[in-house]
Design a protein around this ligand. Structure first.
Ligand code: PRP
Ligand code: URA
Length: 208
């Protein structure tokens, strides 16, 4: 499928299996989320634009390059928070803008409770971070917010996606690339991804 990038990296497959394991405790779970997120972000940023930058090595002039784009990391609260650190370490000058959404348990629709984006966009490319792409409602709502803010280059980076969520994002935002560690089978009757990993927020924060 176009604009869909499930990772085939063995390190990601190995770490994701440990993440899914219900015996993995919150400390290890957070560590794995951090590590997998960094690996995914490395893959997702392969097309970032560069501009020339000249530096002096101790021996000579070197005509090198530096990142041209201003990057924004946009974790969807709560579960996206755990993805920030690993990605931020790779691009420490990125800005982090939080969007707070929770899924109404009955309707499965996202409910927004936090958004402090300034009026004018301060970045040119946004990486939306959320471990779970289930119905896709939260991802679509966040991308809607970012487009209204004025950012047109947006990528979604998640750990596990369900076909239903991928389809919704692709229908509403076909130009947004979706980077995932894995694509799972389907959603259950409560909107949870199968086989999935359970509730990503609860497993990170030790709640639930
Ligand atoms: C989870 C997850 C996503 C959302 C995905 O968050 O982190 O944000 O569900 O579901 P969707 O694709 O059907 O919208 P949740 O609402 O459980 O909130 P939390 O992160 O605060 O636990
Ligand atoms: N949110 C989660 O945390 N897990 C799922 O499987 C679906 C939505």
């Amino acid at each position: 499928m176009e604009n869909l990038f499930p990772s085939s990296h063995p390190l990601i497959a190995h770490k994701l299996t440990r993440l899914r394991d219900k015996g993995t405790d919150p400390k290890k779970f957070r560590e794995l989320v951090r590590e997998i997120s960094a690996l995914l972000a490395y893959e997702a940023t392969a097309d970032l634009l560069l501009q020339p930058r000249q530096v002096e090595t101790p021996l000579a002039i070197f005509n090198g390059s530096e990142l041209m784009e201003k990057i924004g990391l946009v974790p969807i609260l709560r579960a996206g928070l755990g993805m920030v650190e690993g990605v931020w370490n790779l691009m420490p000058s990125a800005e982090v803008w939080h969007i707070g959404l929770f899924r109404d348990e009955r309707t499965l629709k996202p409910v927004q409770y936090y958004n402090k984006l300034p009026i004018e966009p301060t970045v040119t490319v946004c990486l939306v971070l959320d471990p779970m792409l289930a119905t896709g409602g939260s991802a679509v709502a966040t991308i809607d917010i970012l487009k209204r803010w004025g950012v047109s280059k947006i990528k979604f980076v998640g750990l596990i996606g369900a076909p239903e969520g991928i389809e919704l994002v692709q229908k509403n935002h076909p130009e947004v690339p979706i980077h995932l560690a894995a694509i799972d089978e389907r959603l259950n009757e409560k909107g949870y991804i199968l086989p999935g990993l359970g509730d990503a927020g609860d497993r990170q924060f030790g709640t639930g």
